[in-house]
Each structure stands twice: as structure tokens, then as C-alpha cells.
Design a protein around this ligand. Structure first.
Ligand code: C2E
Ligand code: MG
Ligand code: MG
Length: 674
């Protein structure tokens, strides 16, 4: 069996005249191989016989490099390094090809310094092997394989290393314990080897190139020399693969835009932190941050600018937090912070406010300088919840609380928020059921001509005919329908009822026009035109009598889409009324370009006395300049109507004449005496 490196390094021998003289006398074939030049540098007579050389000069003239494989050359260079660094000494079974005839000898190798200071290899043929071809070939395979094979004795000392293993070790004297980086893992490996006989694992090992990842296949065996128990390890370097894996792992756990940990990371790491904190009673805080009006910025300045803003905000949050805190991006403009800094509410509030102030510092984005605020919800651990899921939900609720309370602020989670959220959820479930059961009814409020007092139209206003609560006004459910998207389904039911009523009234001559309110979300829905056409056709009404009321805010959206939609409505034959006019910020130039029919002045201008009346008059004049019909809504007193008569206002609507009433009551209003 091969001899291993000596435990005690000796000083490197010098090939001087005395040494040459001594070696010449020996019967053992000995030669010195010059690794740098791939030539024999010197040989004794016995070696000349091994190499089948007639005399020394002939042997020295042979170029051994010409038919040497690259892997052998690399190995020799490694040996040279081993001689130099560790005074390595080892034996290998070598097959030489003197004059092309294979000859297998066991050779002991060690380093020797030449007169010029270079290191050469002293080769000592310690015996000719006449083993069977199988043994010879397997010995060759062991020499050349890139798999690193090491035999350790029971105590972990290296008994043998094949060349690949030898060239990879940090130090040939390293045993099992120095080879593997993690002693606990090595302990476990040995325990498993004793119990199961073999182990397959991926481990970090110390190598000449530093720490690397090796796939290790180890098995229990016996040392063929001593018969003692030993461990045979075969290793393959998989560091490259590990790096790819680590990168993939990183990408899976991080957000590619900001480099911050993402939601997956949060699910793993935040819960782990909580699990560690719970037994020691350490409080912690989860902060949910959402930028205010981010969607608007993104839509108006473009996604590239939006991305840049998110990166800036992410960097600000990271800089503001300490090393132990975690900052993550949950997606969109939502960030999450986990901190254990100081659990006291006052300290948390101060930290939160500091973060909000940092975020709202002006940002330069291309040509724009913006100040973007954020809203923050805070959930405290363990006070508000023990597990990540609960805390996230609560911090999220608190964040919505901050948005509702006016944005750019911080709110702590409270039980009242939870109760509100639960009642909203209850309402949403009820609304879905009500839609399925068609519990919504329409009332109609007359719209009159100011001059003649005649009813010229009606506004359809929805009510929920609740089985227990009776008629529920729209203010109690429209906002939630709008938020949840239920408004689209509700809007269709309203349109269906209104068009059926319109067809009936048009046919019987009661009335020729009904106005229906469209919420912003309905107006933005891609299916609006198609479903309108379907509903109008199904009812058989004359679409010219159908007017749609939209609020001013809808006109502020994307100009082109709004225009296209309005033209679509006009093609269907429908009229368009701008509702609650005067409360938004309409762009007058844009109003001029849009195909509109009427302006409905908001109630607040009508009910207000002196100061706002001139404003109402300006709006009326403006409406007429734009060629629109002007309607006053919320007319409650005779005095208001009298004033309107003195203006140029065309029509009015309000409790003075009638509130919204069921269809049959409306008919009575039209046909009955007044
Ligand atoms: P709106 O479109 O501005 O409707 C006018 C509201 O003012 C109605 O309230 C009406 O009952 C009320 N009103 C009418 N005359 C007077 C008055 O003289 N004084 C006062 N104080 N109020 C008056 P309502 O029916 O509660 O509807 C509230 C809002 O709900 C509507 O405001 C509209 O935005 C929305 N809405 C109603 N029905 C629908 C619908 O079918 N679809 C959608 N998307 N929204 C609807
Ligand atoms: Mg309206
Ligand atoms: Mg209105």
C-alpha cells in the first residue's frame, strides 16, 4: 500500500556532489527528474537499466515531455509544489514506457533541490510490480481520476490520498477534522458511518483554494495494511453548482428591483425571528408601509420613473434601519419592516415618524422633483399577535386606517379596526347575496324644467330593499361595492331595471328620459360599452332617452381612453351628464373637447347662501359657453328656486319638488294634478 507523507517534515535535500556519489553506489534504481524541463537530470546505473538506456548522456537527452499527457504534467507541477511547501514524500505505482515497453514499478518520490535552486523530483524505484493487468489498470485509474479519494484511519489521520486529493488539500498533514469545515457535521458523519456504513453528503471543506463545496461519498472499510477500521472518502468539487444554487436561492428570496428580501423571505425569516423572540419575551414590531398615490405617479410619469422611485424609497428605508432589523418589499409599493429596537409605543411612534419623514424627503426623478409620502400601519408582537400571519394582517389593517385618516401618517393596530374590517367583510358577503337575490330597487327623482316646471326627466337612484332593515340608502353600500368591484354587477342590474322602465315610459308616453349614475369603476370597466349595448337591446328602449351620470373625477383619468369611451356612449345614442360638478378639478380645456350633454351643479353650491352663489352663476355661464345644459341639484327651498330662475339655469332637481320615489309614485307625479 502507498506510503503517506511523513508526519515530521525534513529539510529538502540538495543534490550536491557528495549526494550524487552516494546514490551512484546504491543498487536501487534512483533518478532525478527535472519537472521544469521534462527530462531526467541524473540517474544511477541501476536506473539506466530500468530506463533501458546504454549510458547517462543518452538518457539525459531524452525528451520525456513530448508524449506526456496534460494531466500528468499538471500533476507533476502539483508534486513540485508539495515538495516545496510540505517536503512531501510518497510512493505511487508508475508505469514507465522505456523505449515504448511498459514497465510497472513502485516509485518513492521526494523533493530535491538542484544546484541552481530549482526543485526536482527524486525517484526511487522500490520494487518492480508484476501484478495482473486488472490491478495495474485500476492503479492507473486511481492516479488519473479527478475524483479526490482519501483513506482516513479511525482517528481521522490520512493514510492515503490519490493525486487529485493530494493536489486539493490545504495541507497534506490535515486529517479528517481539519479537512471538513464544520466539526459538528463531521461528528455526525462519523456517527452515521459507524451506524450505517456509508454516507452521502454535501460539505464545506478546506482546500488549497480556500473553502469549497464537495459532494462527499464516504464508506466504512478496513485498511488493507493494518486490517483496522478506516474511512474511505471520495469527493467531487461542486462549488460552481452550489454558487448557481445559492444565486437561484437568493433570487427566489429577493426582489429583483430593489434587492430587498421579498414576501417568500418574509414568510420564512420573520416567523423564525418571532419563534426565537417568544420564549425570551422580547417584544418586536411589524411596520407595514404603503406609498401614497403611487399608482398615479406610476401612471403619469411612467413605469421606469416609478421603478426608480421604488429603488430610492427602498434604499432610504434600509439606511434608516439598524443591522438587526429586516426591511422587505412585499410587492408594488408595499414595504415591511421588522424591528426589535424598542418595543415601547412612544419609541415605535418616534421611529415610525422618523421613517415617514425620511421617505417624504424630495426625490429627483429625471426632470421631476417629487415629494412622496407614505402611510404606515404598526402591529406589536406579542401584544397584537403571536404569529406572522396575524401580525401582517393587523399591520395591513392599521395601514388602511392610516390611509383613511388622511395618509402620510402612522396608525397602531386596534381592536376597533378589526371590528370595522369584520363588519365590512360581513357587509360584502351580504351584498353578494343581495345581488344574487336581486334585492336592489330603483327610485326615481324628477328633474324639472325651471321655466315651465314640467318634469323633463328622472334620475334613477338605487336602494337596497333589505329583508330586515328595509330600504337602505346607496351611501351605505355603494362605496364598498366600488372598492370590491361588486359595483360592476350592481351597475348592470341598475341599468337593466332602468332601461326596462324607460322602455315602458317611452311607450306609454309618461317620460322620455332617465338618467343612471355610473361609478368611476364602472366607467373604467372594459365591458361597459358591450354590456350597455346588450342591456339596451334587451329592453327595447330608445337609447337616446338614456343619460349616464359620471362624476368629474372620472374625467381626470387618461384623456384618450376617456374620450374613446365617451364617444362610444354617444355612438350608442346615450347622453352624458357630469354629476356633482364643481367639487372636482376639471380641466376646462378638456371639458371642451369631450362629447358631453349636461352639467349638474353640486348640491353644496345650491344650498349655500350668499358666498357661493356667484360661483354657481359662473358655473352656469360656463356650462352654457360649452354648449351644455345646466341642472341644479338639491333644490330644497322656494327661495333657492326663485334665485335659480334669475340665473340662466335650465333644469332643477330636489326635495322641493320631490325626493326619489318608486316608479308608480313617479307616474302619479307626472300624470296627477299638481
Ligand atoms: P347623486 O348622483 O348626486 O344623487 C343625488 C343624491 O342627492 C341622491 O341621494 C338624492 O336622493 C339626493 N337628493 C336629491 N335631492 C336632494 C335635496 O334636495 N336635498 C338633499 N339633501 N339631497 C337630495 P341618494 O339617493 O342617497 O344617492 C346618493 C348617491 O349615491 C348618488 O349621488 C350617487 O352618487 C350614488 N348612487 C345612487 N344610485 C346609484 C347607482 O345606481 N349607481 C351608482 N354608481 N351610484 C348611485
Ligand atoms: Mg347623480
Ligand atoms: Mg349629484
Amino acid at each position: 500500500m502507498p506510503v503517506t507523507d511523513p508526519q515530521q517534515p525534513v529539510a529538502l535535500l540538495r543534490l550536491d556532489a557528495a549526494m550524487v556519489q552516494q546514490l551512484s553506489r546504491l543498487q536501487t534504481p534512483i533518478w532525478v527528474f527535472d519537472i521544469d524541463h521534462s527530462r531526467v537530470h541524473w540517474a544511477n546505473d541501476a536506473a539506466l537499466e530500468v530506463w533501458r538506456s546504454p549510458h547517462l548522456d543518452e538518457l539525459l537527452a531524452r525528451d520525456m515531455g513530448s508524449d506526456m499527457s496534460e494531466s500528468v504534467a499538471r500533476r507533476l507541477r502539483q508534486y513540485q509544489l508539495d515538495f516545496e511547501r510540505h517536503d512531501a514524500r510518497f510512493s505511487e505505482l508508475w508505469t514507465l514506457y522505456p523505449k515504448g515497453v511498459p514497465r510497472t514499478v513502485r516509485v518513492m518520490f521526494s523533493g530535491v533541490r538542484l544546484a541552481d535552486g530549482r526543485i526536482a523530483m527524486l525517484c526511487e524505484a522500490i520494487g518492480e510490480q508484476h501484478a495482473d493487468p486488472e490491478t495495474l489498470r485500476s492503479a492507473e485509474a486511481l492516479l488519473h481520476t479527478p475524483v479526490m479519494i482519501t483513506l482516513f484511519d479511525e482517528s481521522g489521520r490520512a493514510l492515503y490520498r490519490n493525486p487529485a486529493a493530494r493536489s486539493s488539500v490545504a495541507n497534506p498533514l490535515n486529517g479528517l477534522w481539519q479537512h471538513f469545515v464544520d466539526p459538528a457535521e463531521t461528528d455526525q458523519m462519523l456517527a452515521d458511518l459507524r451506524q450505517q456504513g456509508s454516507v452521502l453528503q454535501v460539505s464545506r471543506v478546506n482546500t488549497a483554494d480556500g473553502m469549497r463545496w464537495h459532494r462527499v461519498s464516504a464508506r466504512r472499510c478496513q485498511d488493507a495494511v493494518t486490517g483496522q477500521q478506516a474511512w474511505l472518502c471520495s469527493e467531487v468539487d461542486i462549488s460552481d453548482l452550489k454558487q448557481v444554487e445559492a444565486r437561484a436561492q437568493f433570487l427566489a428570496m429577493h426582489d429583483s428591483l430593489t434587492g430587498l428580501p421579498n414576501r417568500h423571505f418574509v414568510n420564512d425569516a420573520f416567523q423564525q425571528r418571532l419563534d426565537q423572540l417568544l420564549p425570551v419575551g422580547q417584544p418586536a414590531v411589524l411596520m407595514f408601509i404603503d406609498l401614497d398615490n403611487f399608482k398615479q405617479i406610476n401612471d403619469s410619469l411612467g413605469h421606469a420613473t416609478g421603478d426608480q422611485l421604488l429603488r430610492t424609497m427602498a434604499a432610504r428605508l434600509e439606511q434608516a434601519m439598524h443591522g438587526n432589523d429586516l426591511v422587505a418589499r412585499l410587492g408594488g409599493d408595499e414595504f415591511l419592516i421588522f424591528t426589535t429596537a424598542d418595543g415601547a409605543d412612544a419609541a415605535v411612534r418616534e421611529l415610525g415618524q422618523r421613517l415617514l419623514a425620511t421617505l417624504s424627503q424630495p426625490v429627483r426623478l429625471g426632470h421631476h422633483e417629487l415629494s412622496v409620502t407614505a402611510s404606515m400601519g404598526v402591529a406589536r408582537f406579542p401584544k397584537d399577535g403571536n404569529d406572522l400571519g396575524t401580525l401582517m394582517r393587523q399591520a395591513d389593517l392599521a395601514m388602511y386606517g392610516a390611509k383613511d385618516a388622511g395618509r402620510n401618517r402612522l396608525e397602531f393596530f386596534s381592536e376597533a379596526m378589526l371590528a370595522k374590517a369584520q363588519s365590512r367583510l360581513g357587509l360584502e358577503i351580504e351584498l353578494r347575496r343581495a345581488l344574487a337575490r336581486r334585492e336592489f330597487v330603483l327610485h326615481y327623482q324628477p328633474r324639472c324644467h325651471i321655466g315651465s316646471g314640467r318634469i323633463v326627466g328622472a334620475e334613477a337612484l338605487v336602494r337596497w330593499d333589505h329583508p330586515q332593515r328595509g330600504l337602505v340608502p346607496p351611501g351605505e353600500f355603494i362605496p364598498l361595492c366600488e372598492e370590491t368591484g361588486l359595483i360592476v354587477a350592481l351597475g348592470e342590474q341598475v341599468l337593466e331595471q332602468a332601461t326596462i322602465q324607460l322602455e315602458r315610459w317611452q311607450r306609454t308616453g309618461v317620460l322620455h328620459s332617465i338618467a343612471v349614475n355610473l361609478s368611476p369603476r364602472q366607467f373604467g370597466s372594459v365591458s361597459l360599452l358591450a354590456s350597455l349595448r346588450r342591456i339596451i337591446d334587451a329592453s327595447g328602449c330608445d337609447a337616446r332617452g338614456l343619460e349616464l351620470e359620471i362624476t368629474e373625477s372620472v374625467l381626470l383619468g387618461n384623456d384618450e381612453t376617456t374620450q374613446a369611451l365617451l364617444h362610444g356612449l354617444r355612438e350608442l345614442g346615450c347622453g352624458v351628464i357630469v354629476d356633482d360638478f364643481g367639487t372636482g378639478y376639471s380641466n376646462l380645456a378638456c371639458l371642451q373637447r369631450l362629447p358631453l350633454n349636461s352639467l349638474k351643479i353640486d348640491r353644496s353650491f345650491i344650498s349655500a347662501t350668499q358666498p357661493s352663489r356667484p360661483l354657481a352663476e359662473v358655473i352656469i355661464a360656463l356650462g352654457h359657453t360649452l354648449g351644455l345644459r345646466v341642472v341644479a341639484e338639491g333644490v330644497e327651498t322656494q327661495e333657492q328656486l326663485d334665485w335659480l330662475r334669475h340665473t340662466d339655469c335650465d333644469e332643477f332637481q330636489g326635495f322641493l319638488y320631490s325626493a326619489a320615489v318608486p316608479a308608480d309614485a313617479f307616474e302619479a307625479l307626472v300624470t296627477g294634478p299638481r
